[in-house]
Design a protein around this ligand. Sequence first.
Ligand SMILES: [Zn+2]
Length: 269
Amino acid sequence: MAGVTHADIDLCMLYDSFTITVLLTLENLGFCKKGEGGAFVQSGRLGLGGALPINTDGGGLSSNHPGMRGIFLVIEAVKQLRGECGERQVNDCEIALCHGTGGMLGLRHSGVTMILERCTRGASAPRPMMTLTRNMPSRCRASTRSRRASGKRCRRHELYMQRCRDCRRSATIRAPLCPSCLSERTEWVRCSGTGHGLYLHGDAIRTRAPGFRDALPYVLAYVELAEGVRMLTNIVGCAPDDVRIGMPVEVVFDDVTPTVTLPKFKPAE
Ligand SMILES: [Zn+2]
């Protein structure tokens, strides 16, 4: 759509949430065939000086991963296009590709690809980069409203989910749009609060976030509620070593402050 081919890309900034994410992204973007991502990166072409430098800021592990890393992909790409990267500068970097994924990969996720080009026509005639954000303001407002509504119900120690009024089958804890049909017509439905631990991210033993230091070690996990909704949460009320994938859990509410209550899950009785 941007009128460039793979060979035109001088730099790729790919969200590297997990090692395999980069391989899958390279395959899905068409830089190599499906299943050939491993061989593609082993050739050494991803390094500085290679044919396709990737994540020149060091990636999420070496640079930073504050939770929302996508913007840092764009920042590094813009710095490279401006020639501001010093020792890690990609030679003649004129076109950069940024790609981010979000959500639960393979289940409900989204992806955004941006092609950025160094503007050589002067500041008076910048080329519009993208129009994807055209409808964002109203949805951002809706998201903020829904976040407030969700927080209010949590403070009453009630767990609600959103259900799509159009396709009915989709359900999320909170989103501005139905993740299945993208409808904005959603309604709130109270959850049973029971379910089972699904994907366990393991227990955190270190954190840079001051607000979470007192809670260490804590277990980060996806819980699937009886209604089919999946939510990222903490497993509490038992030792991290006792947490098992598939264990039945039930919701408990942690009143963190007078205005913030978080739904967490403990082993079901
Ligand atoms: Zn829907």
